[in-house]
Design a binder for this molecule. Structure first.
Ligand SMILES: NC(=O)c1ccc[n+]([C@@H]2O[C@H](COP(=O)([O-])OP(=O)(O)OC[C@H]3O[C@@H](n4cnc5c(N)ncnc54)[C@H](OP(=O)(O)O)[C@@H]3O)[C@@H](O)[C@H]2O)c1
Length: 273
């Protein structure tokens, strides 16, 4: 964990912090001295991240929450801001992905993607804006989109990420007169559990690609050794969660007189999964 104190005294909330990119963002902000509030559904990995941040001298809390409960999310953001007296950074990172074609997508799966990727993000932005205005802290909203937003063959998932870009740009303009900046961050391919809801054939294909047989149930996390093997096997075709966390850290370290509307972080070489 790279340590510095650039964010000491600042408060951050990171959704989807129980895995992958969100976990790396929480660790990066915590290592820089921010008080980090992790949000996700799975308690053990968040507890482990809280322990790592505390061991490095930082402060963090784990908050188990299903983001489809929008009232609970808004209440958590209000509580964190009231207790801290400020909210500096809101990272709306949680997301669900699918690689099915639009015509093949189940309506329930599409609803879940819109609910988590778009509506929870919208609620997170609105509640964070309310908290930043109320406490007078000002701050940054960072919304995790995807390069899938630019690929029309990315199914319903791509449509949700295009919506993230649209909402972020609209909010950026609506908030120009506030001390609140808005960034949409588009990662390329990163080795995480994001593939857990891909078709069983695709998940098995990932196992074959990295030489580890895989028989996970839909929605089940991939074994850590598979993610590590993917990282090693795919080299510069795949980015690391820490690379995305570094980009978030850069954005939230900028003065509020600037706004970075969008950042695309791709691995050096292109791969479609
Ligand atoms: N990995 C990539 O290649 C890639 C590329 C571009 C964009 N992205 C985006 O990056 C973001 C992070 O994904 P990741 O790659 O880190 O995948 P990941 O490892 O699967 O992490 C997704 C996170 O979202 C959380 N989440 C999902 N549904 C939730 C719900 N209903 N309530 C609360 N938390 C929920 C998960 O929590 P639980 O596991 O605890 O449920 C998990 O912490 C997503 O928005 C994704 O679309 C990823």
């Amino acid at each position: 964990m790279t340590s510095d104190s650039a964010m000491r005294g600042r408060t951050a909330i990171v959704t989807g912090a129980s895995s992958g990119i969100g976990q790396a963002i929480a660790l990066r902000l915590g290592a820089a001295g921010a008080a980090v509030h992790l949000v996700g559904r799975t308690a053990p990995p968040m507890a482990a991240t809280v322990t790592r941040i505390a061991a490095a001298g930082g402060s963090a809390t784990a908050n188990v929450l299903d983001l489809r409960d929008h009232d609970a999310l808004a209440a958590l953001i209000d509580r964190v801001a009231d207790e801290s007296g400020r909210l500096d950074v809101m990272v709306n990172n949680a997301g669900i992905a699918s690689n099915r074609a639009i015509l093949a997508e189940e309506v329930d799966a599409a609803r879940e993607m819109f609910d988590v990727n778009v509506l929870a993000l919208l609620v997170g932005c609105r509640a964070a804006v309310g908290a930043m205005r109320r406490t007078g802290s000002g701050g940054h909203l960072v919304n995790i989109s995807s390069t899938a937003a630019r690929q029309p063959d990315s199914g319903v998932y791509g449509a949700t990420k295009a919506a993230v870009g649209y909402l972020s740009e609209g909010l950026r303009r609506e908030l120009e007169d506030d001390d609140i900046r808005v960034t949409s961050l588009l990662p390329g391919v990163v080795a995480t559990n994001v593939v857990r809801n891909f078709t069983p054939e695709s998940v098995a294909g990932i196992g074959a690609l990295v030489g580890v047989p895989l028989e996970t149930a839909p929605g089940e996390r991939l074994p850590e050794k598979v993610l590590e093997a993917a990282q090693n096997a795919l080299g510069t075709h795949i980015a690391r969660p820490e690379d995305i966390a570094d980009a978030v850290y850069y954005v939230v370290g900028l003065p509020l007189r600037l706004n970075i509307p969008e950042i695309v972080v791709r691995p050096a070489r292109t791969m479609r999964i």
